[in-house]
Design a protein around this ligand. Structure first.
Ligand SMILES: O=C(O)CCC(=O)C(=O)O
Ligand SMILES: [Fe+2]
Length: 270
């Protein structure tokens, strides 16, 4: 069935921290985006090796830009994003968004994290804490061109700081991923899945081709990847002037704090 917006999308976004606009991309656009993603995959692997996770930003590479422009301007999508967020949130900035890809050789996963807090070394956590509930900050998009079940999330965690069980699961910073040293392909796959499930409240996000997931990247989340599931998922941000400014300031401050010897603040000890 063609995509239809409903208030449930707004409710889910706020309460769960994510909502999915099901099958919102028309098949012809999926087809154009898949074609350009095949080129992107080649470029990404040439530059970053077989295990590379993404090519970003798409506008900086020798890729046909028209499908990305069509995606950015798709009226039903612009309208749905504006309804959940505001008309000042704009997705599809080609100087910004990328494509997430499957690894060519071996399964792996990211560590569990909340973006910025747990993956930017030197970040000032006070600034992140202050922005936690700000609708102009920290919104993210995964728009799947193939069925994609890579992303795991803890629904509702965007509304709060960590629960005791989460602190107990990951007391230290940086948060460790699973130990994949010396493991076979199948052992790696098993170990990564066990790691996904080790987080209390974790659920797997299942997207079909043409689905657009809008979520708070302040949610606990992670990515889990296997080479046998093709992936080309647009990884985008409904950008605002406020988030651009926050990001720039946070990155500058983090770089300075790293120079000063700061590794990563631990939210469990401040
Ligand atoms: O692959 C995904 O869907 C999530 C990736 C992610 O969270 C990250 O790279 O920060
Ligand atoms: Fe992330």
């Amino acid at each position: 069935m063609a995509f239809q917006f409903s208030d449930q999308h707004i409710e889910d976004f706020h309460m769960l921290g994510y909502t999915v606009f099901g099958k919102i991309l028309p098949p012809s656009l999926i087809s154009d985006l898949r074609q350009v993603s095949n080129v992107a995959r080649k470029i990404a692997r040439e530059r970053g090796g077989p295990q590379v996770q993404r090519l970003q930003p798409v506008g900086h590479f020798d890729l046909d830009q028209q499908p990305f422009i069509d995606y950015a301007e798709l009226p039903v999508l612009v309208d749905a994003v504006a309804k959940v967020l505001t008309p000042d949130h704009h997705h599809g900035d080609r100087d910004d968004f990328g494509i997430l890809l499957e690894p060519a050789e071996m399964p792996y996963c990211t560590a569990w994290h909340r973006d910025w807090r747990d993956n930017i070394h030197g970040l000032n956590l006070e600034h992140w804490n202050q922005g936690l509930l700000d609708i102009n900050l920290f919104n993210q998009i995964n728009c799947a061109l193939y069925n994609d079940s890579c992303t795991w999330i803890v629904p509702g965690s965007h509304l709060r700081h960590d629960l005791r069980s989460e602190v107990e699961r990951f007391p230290d910073r940086p948060i460790p991923g699973p130990n994949l040293e010396g493991k076979t392909t199948e052992e790696r796959e098993y170990t990564c899945l066990t790691y996904c499930r080790s987080m209390p409240g974790a659920v797997q996000l299942h997207l079909e081709a043409g689905d657009f997931a809008l979520y708070r990247n302040t949610l606990w989340h992670m990515g889990n990847y296997v080479p046998y599931s093709i992936r080309a998922t647009l990884h985008d941000c409904p950008m605002t002037p406020e988030f651009k400014a926050w990001r720039q300031q946070a990155q500058q401050e983090a770089a300075q704090r790293q120079k000063d010897g700061m590794v990563m603040e631990n939210p469990n000890t401040i």
